[in-house]
Design a protein around this ligand. Sequence first.
Ligand code: MN
Length: 201
Amino acid sequence: MAFELPKLTYAYNALEPHIDARTMEIHHTKHHQAYITNLNNATAGTDAEQLSIEDICKNISKYPMPVRNNGGGHYNHTLFWSIMGPGKGGNPSGKLAEAITNDLGGLDKFKEEFNKAATTRFGSGWAWLIVKDGKLAVCSTPNQDNPLMDIAEVKGTPVLGIDVWEHAYYLHYQNRRPDYCAAFWNVINWDEVSRRYEAAL
Ligand code: MN
């Protein structure tokens, strides 16, 4: 099949106590796998089978809704797993830290803006840190949309994202999305966010 579930580089329990093992396992093996299965079904026998998920997202208006929902789901979760890790958190450094200061008014203001985007996104969706016209910006998207998509309200290249669908936190946090969003800062892999930032410039 064209699209495959990426392996995690850490164990399902590696992000505890911030994100619990059961949530991680179900999220990866059931939710992400379902997006991939449905994306493969939706693109079978079409040109999209040969394309990268990034290229599909960038031209998503040309595809039917199942490709948008499941292709977005595949891209978003692949990014999500990569920007988290055990023993991470702390503060960003280098060029990324400078850009957070210059473009977003510093780390504290950025955290506040990102948490607000994540907690106020109504229903299911994602909050993002993106590179837009060479600068960092914060935005959010509904469902499995993302800022790479040509239909996005705010377009850019994602460098950090948080999944705020209830399946991402409900087992451990129930309705307390703000607590999950606060805990997320403890598992961010800033080296990977920096790598994505410099690649996006
Ligand atoms: Mn999810």
